[in-house]
Design a binder for this molecule. Structure first.
Ligand SMILES: Nc1ncnc2c1ncn2[C@@H]1O[C@H](COP(=O)(O)OP(=O)(O)OP(=O)(O)O)[C@@H](O)[C@H]1O
Length: 453
């Protein structure tokens, strides 16, 4: 796997525009505005020509007759990234994430539209060229450093730090072809962050590193962001999006499906994935695994009140004490009569990890709503959360399955973070939920055969 390091000089405003621009040329613009925008993408499109056979390209050139079909990997992409923002790009395989990042980094030309980038870009691409796999890690540091615009002296001064950050001291003089893909990603990341970039672009390089390196990389990315630099990265992990980002971009089949607050975009992504899986009939996942931050497009019904009540203390509360009993009450006002609805909730950590969810459909109950009525739904639970902050999301969905055998719901109203809950426990344990584990006994084993007994 090749990794690519790219740089543009500090202070440059680089722009590429027009249809079918010449290969790898970037025209510099005079910066006429003093804006806080680090990256501006306008009307961006990328088309690949697809040939059924390699010889079709030759025939096309010779006969001047089209023998390809067009495949638009990106269509009409528009967004801005502010200076110092950390932005995560998510989307299914083939959505266009890598293509987008490569165009912004300047390693790939677009077919349409413009990309304005202000500042020195340092990019780590999973695909592309740049690392010479026959050279050693140390030689690639030199090569990468030069590509990033450093002088020999600067690289020499930084090499020890780069090697130490990568944790590859024992392998640094071996050829990179002997490295695992994770090791190459580590080295590429270490080089890219060593130049104090204005804009750091990371395409899934972190997904190949091990846990310890990933933790170090996140910390470094946070530092880079804190220093005022802009970070744009691709990930398949919503947790990383919730953890690190100020903003998320969801790409779908080459278009921007959503840009905005990370959890809003993350939930929308989950909802789309869930809907697709449900359409494929491959899941019976409870309805509240899907959701939107606040969504009420149907206007058929609305959640008008949510409260949490402590049965143990007989009072309204926003605390879940480990082992106590609670009621979650959700009041719904119907504007239309709707049959077969499911009402429910889920509880998530601050980083969006779903801890638990439950709904009337999980309980095997289908409810009906009558136009004009307000109905309250009460759920009992005995939570066992670790100390910390959690969010209660609530939703109401209509069963739109056309058979009795599938569970396909359409969300009518969803409120993310409707109540912020404080988890409280006296126990000390790692993780989110107390599973009531107990130590039973220890015994000295006579020999390994006793393991079978
Ligand atoms: N060199 C190429 N020639 C033709 N089509 C390409 C080329 N590179 C990418 N594509 C197509 O462009 C689309 C977007 O690809 P891209 O690699 O950007 O997706 P992605 O979102 O990064 O996917 P993944 O999550 O799998 O990495 C896909 O349909 C892909 O097949």
């Amino acid at each position: 796997m090749d990794h690519c390091l790219v740089t543009r000089k500090r202070g440059d405003m680089v722009r590429c525009d027009g249809v079918f621009p010449p290969e790898t040329t970037f025209r510099e613009l005079l910066v006429t505005e003093n804006s806080n925008v680090a990256i501006r993408v306008s009307g961006l499109g990328k088309m690949y020509r697809m040939y059924s056979r390699p010889s079709d390209l030759l025939w096309e050139l010779l006969l001047r007759k089209t023998r390809h079909r067009e495949h638009w990997a990106l269509r009409d992409i528009n967004f801005e990234v502010g200076k110092g923002e950390v932005v995560g790009v998510i989307g299914r395989n083939g959505a266009g994430k890598t293509t987008l990042l490569r165009i912004i980094a300047g390693t790939l030309d677009q077919t349409k539209g413009t990309v304005d980038v202000k500042g020195r870009v340092s990019a780590i691409m999973v695909l592309g060229t740049g690392f010479n796999m026959d050279l050693s890690g140390r030689e690639n540091i030199l090569l990468g450093g030069l590509v990033l615009g450093m002088t020999h002296d600067e690289i020499a001064a930084k090499t020890d730090d780069i090697v130490s950050f990568s944790g590859l001291q024992d392998f640094i003089d071996s050829p990179c072809r002997e490295y695992s893909s994770g090791m190459v990603a580590r080295l590429a990341f270490s080089i890219a962050v060593s130049v104090d970039p204005d804009i750091l672009i990371v395409d899934e390089a972190l997904s190949t590193g091990d846990m310890i390196f990933n933790a170090k990389s996140y910390a470094r990315m946070r530092e880079i962001a804190k220093s005022g630099a802009t970070v744009l990265f691709v990930t398949h992990s919503l947790q990383q999006i919730y953890d690190l980002c100020d903003k998320a971009i969801l790409l779908e089949r080459g278009g921007v499906a959503a840009v905005g607050e990370p959890r809003t975009v993350g939930y929308l992504y989950e909802q789309k994935v869930h809907e697709e899986m449900a359409a494929l009939n491959q899941t019976n996942a409870p309805v509240l695994q899907i959701g939107n931050w606040v969504s009420n497009e149907s206007r058929k019904a609305e959640i008008v009140n949510v409260d949490v009540f402590s049965v143990t203390k007989t009072e309204r509360t926003s605390r879940f004490k480990d082992g106590d009993e609670y009621l979650i009450r959700i009041a719904v006002k119907a504007y239309e009569s709707v049959r077969s609805v499911s009402i429910g909730y889920d509880i998530r950590t601050q980083t969006g990890v779903q801890v638990y969810g439950f709904s009337t459909s999980n309980a095997g109950v289908e409810e009906n709503l009558v136009a004009g009525e307000t109905k309250e739904f009460t759920f009992w639970l005995r939570p066992s959360l670790n100390n910390g902050t959690y969010f209660l999301n609530v939703g109401i969905a209509e069963n739109i399955s056309d058979t009795d055998h599938s569970n396909h719901y359409s969300m009518m109203h969803f409120i993310g973070d409707s109540v912020t809950i404080e988890g409280i426990t006296d126990s000390v344990f790692p993780g989110v939920s107390n599973m009531r584990g107990e130590f039973q006994k220890s015994k000295v084993m006579a020999d390994e055969r006793s393991l079978d007994k």
